[in-house]
Each structure stands twice: as structure tokens, then as C-alpha cells.
Design a protein around this ligand. Structure first.
Ligand code: ADP
Ligand code: MG
Length: 696
């Protein structure tokens, strides 16, 4: 088989290069053809140094090396490579790392393409750590209309002479010598419905495009393929799950009715009602539920979960409620108990910081079924915890957990139903992929009477204005949060910041009581401080992110977030949700140094301009990239080679449509027209995504 042939014996490869390539994941013909260029170069995208006008822009220049020099700076040394381009523009390229090695790479007179972000140093144009490609040594000449592909490199590949030029050479030889002896894998109906070019043309053109049009079509086709196969895998996982049997609830019992008639102090919003109905349908279906409820902070996800838990208890099963931190677990324990204890439902708490005797008792009660509902941290899902008959596991603030926790969850009991809850919604394109096997329910509305929070971004220079805003709220009898970044094990300075802030605020508002809470405190101490804030003893609470989720203090109407640039967007959104919980107008002030990267400023402006969780998570995804937002490793999202889950969300959608159509017409790929699709999928795709597909 052409695709699975190893490349070692190909012209230009050999054992040494084969070994290095294998480490980079390139072992077979298929891998090599799928080792896609990271960038292309032609006359239309090369900038001239004399025409540069703004710092921060990413450009490519082609220039000859005029000087290579290691400069000893005050703190560390750097490599400076001076270059000149065809219009006599000068630029200095700077490296702080790999100096010795780099200094040998650049040779006087060599012509090189550099790509990077332009900056200005004194009166010189510079780029720091640009990407580069050598263009001479008999390499390609950049003539009009010619597009040259540049390949991902790295020191290891360069070490065995594998630069862009050699990649071009090896791939060219491969295609020339062997032709493209493989069948088209996508059936005709997909190609014509979605206007995809032939797979062989695409693979040739992505490496050796004749023009931009062809290149665009090649990229489109290959992105489509990537997203199509990914969703096909997800579909399989979902199907497998749906074929398992789940615990079937028997009836709406007395507790459930009593909860709505006598205990719940308000009426559910329409969004809550719909979400609950959907969950109930799942619980009565006989199939295992795997559902996420997403809805902004404050939309009231907890009561929906509580109602579902009661339903489970009414059918004589156990339920679990998992919170991301101990403080939150304790808090949710308290609020769940308020609802459940009047019904005679027993609620237990299981957290890491518990006294051993207490803990052992709870463990025993979970095992015998004396406890109906247990609230806890991930301690709940460790090995030694045995449930009597767990039927529903609720995971609150799901964004804080990784996918791997799901496995340990499902292992408890006989395939319990899983309900995830998150205030950080998942952008549409992601919901078609990573969460392809997860059912989604969204609660759109907030309970009546809530006013949207007003958010302001202030640079450090306007600190007194912020203080004025805080005083104004305090003078009206309201409360304020002052939030500092997390106290990390290694970073003592954060704690110092919070402690200094605590002292400063005691001076600023001498007529008011100020409390301090941070992650280094014992959970009982944290609890005491937070309860004192909630009860109104403290008017100001200086805190680290331990307050991120859950503390419900309706009189708190202003939140100041210090060093806002150090928080993630979802985290800022989450934090801000601590205010605006009552009927008063609430405020959130983001304090930041104005010397921020444009990207950082853009992020803060997103939070300032919207309270729509969807917009925020989409912006976060766009600015940081998908891998970063959910952590590629923990999300189980494969690294797409070409596709970008945000930019290409139309392709995600179309590929998903094709998968859906395939499922409804020939889901086992038995038709002759799906013969090659099936063999390719089984031989190359499933094995590669095995880890992903096996995650349950
Ligand atoms: P989140 O979705 O952020 O987890 P919570 O479940 O903590 O929100 O609910 C936020 C607050 O709104 C709680 O104090 C809760 O009691 C209250 N709440 C929930 N649903 C309603 C409702 N339908 N009407 C009025 N208040 C509600
Ligand atoms: Mg919540």
C-alpha cells in the first residue's frame, strides 16, 4: 500500500533523516504527504523594509546577511544579525536563545526569508526570534508567480539538513517517482455537494501550488477531510454510548412534588423549565444521559440540578454533586441541604480537608446508601469511594475539570447519568467537535429583575477614580470585592499583593470593615471570612480567586479586579458573576497597567464590552486558540494540522452535515461508493484517534 510504505528508502531520506522524521511523527508516505507547509512565500506577500510603517505587524522580508554579531548586553547576551534587502532597507534580527548555534546558521551574503513581528529598537527596525528560511545555495529563485512552500522546522530537523528546501525536494521526488497511486477517499456526492477538488490534486497542490486559487482549493479540501474524519470518529463514540443501557427512573415521587409545591421559593424561569424537562426525558429514557447545561452565571443552574437529584432519590437511587474547590463544595453542600433536608433527604459532604474520622463515616454511609446525595470535590471520584447505587453525577463548573475525570465518574456505579454544568459556554464550532458526543442544553435567560453589570476598564493611572466608585457603593450600604490573582505555590508575590491591598483598603475606608481571604488559608478560616462578608460584617472583601465561583452575596455591587490582564477571559467572566446577584445596579472595574500587548488589551476590551458568555468564550478561543482554552491534552482535541476550529467554523459545519447524511444513509460504510472511505477510515483514521475514541 502506497500510504503505509515507510519513507526511509526514498531518495533524499536515508536512515538518519528517517529517524529524526519519525520523531516528528513522519514515518510513512501518508505522513510525509500530510506534512504540510506552514507558510508560503511569493512576491505578493514579501514586504520591503523601507516601506514598513507600523510596529507589531507580522511580515516577511527577503534580505541578505551583512553582519553576524554576538553582543553582550547588561543582563544577557544576544545574537544580532544585520540584513539588507533589495531596496537597501536595513533591519536587525535578534535572538536571545540558541545563540551559538544560530550564529553559525547565518553566513555573510546569504539570502534569507525572515518572517516575524516587526518592532523598533532605537532608530532601527528589528524582529525578535523571527522564523526564517534560507533561499540560496541553489535553492528556489523567487520569480514572479512562483509560490514556494515553507515547512515547519526546528533544530532537530535542521540538524540533519532537513530545511524547507529538502522537504520540497523529497516530496517532489516522491510524487514524481511514484505518481499518486492512491484512490480518492471521499465519495463523489461529498465532493460535489461541498465543491471539493480531487484528493490527489489537493495533496500535490498543497506542496506545489501553481497559483493562489489552487492553493486555496487544496487547503479547503484537506481541512474538510480533517474535520470530516474527526466528526465521524465522534459520531462513533456517541453511538457507542447511546447503545449502552442506562438506569431508568421509575416515577415522579412525593419529594419531587413537594419540592416544587412547598420548598422552592420562586418559580423557575422558562429556560430552567425547558432544561429540566429535557433532563427528565433523559432520566426516564433507559439510556445513559451525558448532557451539559450551559448558561450564564446566575441563570440558576443549581436548582435544575437539585430537582434532577430529587427525582433520582425518589426512585431510590443516590446522586452526587461535584464542585471544583473545597470552598465551593462546602457552599453547595449548605445550599443543597437547605432544599433537601426539609424533604428528609440525607446529604453528605466529602472533601479532602476533612478530619479522618468524619470522612470514614461519610464513606461508610455512601457505601451503605444511608446518604442519598453526596456533595464534594473530585475526592468523590477516587478509588476508595464506593457508592451503593449511584444513578446521577452532577459536575458543577465543568470548565474546571478535564475530560479524564469523566472516566472515573462513569466507573462509579453502573453507568450513571452525567450532568455537566458550565457558565463558560462552548462556541458552536467546538460543540460540533470536542463535545460531539455530548448533548447540550442552554439556559438563555436570567431570573427577572437582574440588571446587567456595568464593566469599566481603567489603567493604573486612574486608580483614584476606581476608589471613588467603591466608596460610593459603600456609602449606599453596599459591599465590595477586591480581587487579586491566584496565590501560587511558587509565587509569594501574589499573596504579598493581596496582603498589601488589604492594608491599603483598611486605610482607604476607615469607617468600614475589611476582610481578607486567600488560598493559603485553611478552609475553615476561608469559610469564616466569607460568611462574615455574606452576613454583612465586612463591607469590603479583599480576595484571591478563591471566590471565583459560588459565593452568593446579593448586597455586593462592585468588584475590582487587580492585574486584570493576568486572568483568563472565562475566569474574568466567572469572577464578575459574583456581583449583580441582587436587584441593585452592579459594577465591575478591571484595573490594568496600560503597558499591555495589543492582544492583552483586546482581551480586556472584550470583557468591558459584553456580558454575553458566548461572545466571550468565542473571543477567548479566537485570541488564544482552541488548544489553550481547554488545554489540548486534557480536552482530548486532536491537533488539527490545517483546520482552525474557529476560523473554519463553516467547514466544521459542512463536514458535520456530511457526516450526518452518511449516518442516515450508510452508517456502516457498506456501499461500494464508500469502499475507499471505509478502508481509509479504518486503517488510518481510527488508529490515530484511538485514544480519543476510547475515552469512555
Ligand atoms: P448559576 O447558574 O450561576 O449556578 P445559581 O444556581 O447559583 O446560578 O443561581 C443564582 C441565584 O439565583 C441563586 O441565588 C438562586 O437561588 C437564584 N435563582 C435561581 N433560579 C431563580 C429563579 N427562577 N427566580 C429567582 N431566583 C432564582
Ligand atoms: Mg453555579
Amino acid at each position: 500500500m502506497f500510504f503505509s510504505e515507510t519513507i526511509q528508502y526514498f531518495k533524499g531520506v536515508g536512515p538518519k533523516r528517517a529517524e529524526v522524521l519519525a520523531k516528528a511523527g513522519v514515518k510513512t508516505c501518508l505522513d510525509l504527504l500530510h506534512y504540510f507547509p506552514r507558510r508560503y512565500l511569493d512576491h505578493s506577500n514579501v514586504a520591503h523594509i523601507i516601506e514598513l510603517d507600523s510596529v507589531g505587524e507580522t511580515v516577511t522580508i527577503i534580505a541578505a546577511v551583512t553582519k553576524v554579531e554576538i553582543v553582550r548586553g547588561r543582563h544577557r547576551e544576544r545574537l544580532e544579525v544585520s540584513v539588507r534587502d533589495e531596496w537597501n532597507g536595513h533591519m536587525t534580527l535578534i535572538w536571545f536563545k540558541g545563540i551559538q548555534w544560530m550564529s553559525k546558521v547565518f553566513i555573510h551574503g546569504h539570502k534569507i526569508a525572515f518572517t516575524g513581528e516587526v518592532s523598533r529598537y532605537g532608530n532601527k527596525w528589528t524582529m525578535i526570534h523571527p522564523d526564517f528560511d534560507r533561499l540560496d545555495e541553489g535553492g528556489p529563485q523567487l520569480s514572479t508567480g512562483r509560490i514556494i512552500s515553507l515547512y515547519p522546522g526546528g533544530a532537530r530537523l535542521q540538524g540533519v539538513g532537513l530545511n524547507s528546501k529538502s522537504f520540497r525536494h523529497i516530496i517532489y521526488q516522491l510524487i514524481k517517482a511514484r505518481g499518486l497511486e492512491f484512490p480518492e477517499i471521499l465519495p463523489k456526492w461529498i465532493r460535489s455537494n461541498y465543491q471539493l477538488i480531487d484528493g490527489r490534486v489537493a495533496l500535490r497542490a498543497i506542496h506545489f501550488p501553481r497559483n493562489h486559487d489552487e492553493l486555496d482549493q487544496a487547503r479547503y479540501r484537506l481541512k474538510f477531510e480533517e474535520l470530516f474524519f474527526f466528526q465521524l470518529v465522534m459520531q462513533r463514540v456517541k453511538k457507542k454510548r447511546a447503545e449502552q443501557s442506562g438506569i431508568k427512573m421509575k416515577h415522579y415521587g412525593t419529594n419531587y412534588k413537594k419540592f416544587f409545591n412547598d420548598i422552592l421559593p420562586f418559580e423557575l424561569t422558562n429556560g430552567q423549565k425547558d432544561a429540566l424537562k429535557t433532563i427528565e426525558r433523559d432520566l426516564f429514557s433507559g439510556f445513559p444521559m451525558y448532557r451539559m447545561i450551559q448558561g450564564d452565571v446566575g441563570c440558576g443552574k443549581t436548582v435544575v440540578a437539585v430537582a434532577a437529584l430529587i427525582l433520582v432519590v425518589d426512585s431510590k437511587y443516590q446522586g452526587a454533586f461535584m464542585a471544583p474547590t473545597e470552598v465551593l463544595a462546602e457552599q453547595q453542600y449548605a445550599s443543597l441541604s437547605r432544599y433537601l433536608q426539609p424533604l428528609g433527604i440525607s446529604v453528605g459532604l466529602l472533601i479532602g480537608g476533612q478530619a479522618k474520622s468524619n470522612r470514614d463515616q461519610v464513606l461508610a454511609q455512601i457505601a451503605t446508601g444511608t446518604i442519598d446525595i453526596v456533595v464534594g470535590t473530585h475526592a468523590l471520584f477516587q478509588k476508595h469511594v464506593t457508592f451503593n447505587n449511584l444513578a446521577l453525577a452532577v459536575v458543577d463548573e465543568q470548565h474546571r475539570f478535564g475530560v479524564e475525570q469523566r472516566a472515573s465518574l462513569v466507573a462509579k456505579g453502573s453507568n450513571p447519568h452525567v450532568l455537566l454544568m458550565s457558565a463558560t459556554p462552548i462556541p458552536r464550532s467546538l460543540s460540533l467537535t470536542r463535545y460531539g458526543d455530548l448533548s447540550m442544553t442552554t439556559i438563555q435567560e436570567l431570573p427577572k429583575g437582574r440588571k446587567p453589570i456595568i464593566t469599566k476598564l481603567l489603567w493604573e493611572t486612574r486608580r483614584s477614580e476606581m476608589e471613588g466608585m467603591v466608596m460610593e457603593q459603600l456609602n449606599q450600604g453596599r459591599q465590595a470585592y477586591i480581587v487579586y490573582p491566584q496565590v501560587e505555590e511558587s509565587e509569594k508575590s501574589d499573596l504579598k499583593n493581596a496582603e498589601a491591598g488589604f492594608k491599603a483598603w483598611q486605610l482607604i475606608c476607615q469607617n468600614y470593615q475589611v476582610g481578607l481571604v486567600h488560598g493559603k488559608m485553611k478552609s475553615s478560616e476561608k469559610e469564616t471570612v466569607m460568611m462574615k462578608f455574606k452576613s454583612g460584617y465586612y463591607q469590603v472583601l479583599v480576595a484571591t480567586t478563591v471566590i471565583e465561583v459560588g459565593v452568593d452575596t446579593p448586597e455586593a455591587t462592585i468588584m475590582i479586579i487587580e492585574h486584570a490582564e493576568r486572568f483568563g477571559l472565562s475566569q474574568l467572566h466567572q469572577l464578575r458573576g459574583r456581583v449583580g446577584r441582587g436587584t441593585h445596579q452592579s459594577y465591575c472595574v478591571l484595573m490594568a497597567d496600560w503597558r499591555q500587548s495589543p492582544e492583552s488589551k483586546e482581551r480586556l476590551k472584550v470583557i468591558e464590552s459584553t456580558t454575553d458568555g458566548f461572545k466571550i468564550s468565542e473571543a477567548d478561543l479566537r485570541i488564544r486558540g482552541a488548544g489553550d482554552l481547554i488545554g489540548t491534552r486534557q480536552s482530548g482535541l486532536p491537533e488539527f494540522k490545517l483546520a482552525d476550529i474557529i476560523e473554519d467554523d463553516k467547514i466544521v459545519y459542512h463536514a458535520g452535515q456530511a457526516v450526518a447524511h452518511l449516518n442516515s444513509t450508510d452508517q456502516d460504510l457498506n456501499l461500494p461508493e464508500h469502499q475507499y472511505l471505509r478502508s481509509h477510515f479504518e486503517q488510518f483514521i481510527l488508529s490515530r484517534m484511538e485514544g480519543f475514541a476510547r475515552m469512555d
